[in-house]
Design a protein around this ligand. Sequence first.
Ligand code: SAM
Length: 222
Amino acid sequence: MLGRILKRFRPVPPTLNSLEAYKRWAASYPPHAHNPLMQAEQQAMLDLLPDMQGKLALDLACGTGRYSRLAAERGASVIIGMDNSAAMLKRSQRRRLVLADAGAIPLASSSVDVVFCGLALGHLPRLAPPLYEISRVLKPGGCALVSDFHPLLALNGGRRTFTTPNGQTYAVEHHTHLYSDYHQAARLVGLHVADVLEPRADHPSAPAGWPVAIIFRFEKNG
Ligand SMILES: C[S@@+](CC[C@H](N)C(=O)[O-])C[C@H]1O[C@@H](n2cnc3c(N)ncnc32)[C@H](O)[C@@H]1O
């Protein structure tokens, strides 16, 4: 019991905004799922994935390119990686990388078959701008797979943290978006919630059995 209370009140390390955090984290941020939360999140994203053969995919907030690689392995013909962190893009091995904010995607309307957006929207204060842009660039009938750090973890004091080579630990700015926030924002921009998964995994802020991530499959109304 005491252990659980102490866990709950773990001090939060200094918090950096997303740009500053990923500038410092990029050098050690691998392009694959590197902890149990990401492994569970990735499996859920793949469970909701449509057929990717010949598709044009946008990996929004691609970081070092995890979902770009997975889309390529599944047959996507064109994959565009986009992120607002130059440091993260520099670490990606992918071609076709664009430095851009998720709230202003520099692509034509109705040009993309599938959007991936992995574990990023929690860094943005508002869901409507990126979801509006995702909806705009999707072709009618296209879909978006969007994952986030589970709101229960954030409300339970959980943070995304990393430690620099000199031993300093930081938390990354996080904004808690509830299921209802996603649902409402999606509806406003013409996206339909086709599926939702909440996978479980070990995490210091997740009592046994709690979900650690939330994954949406949004479809653009045809
Ligand atoms: C936790 S990382 C995830 C990276 C990758 N999607 C993955 O799942 O491996 C979050 C990424 O979101 C990016 N990001 C945060 N805010 C963003 C914004 N407003 N526009 C574009 N990218 C953003 C960060 O730079 C970082 O690369």
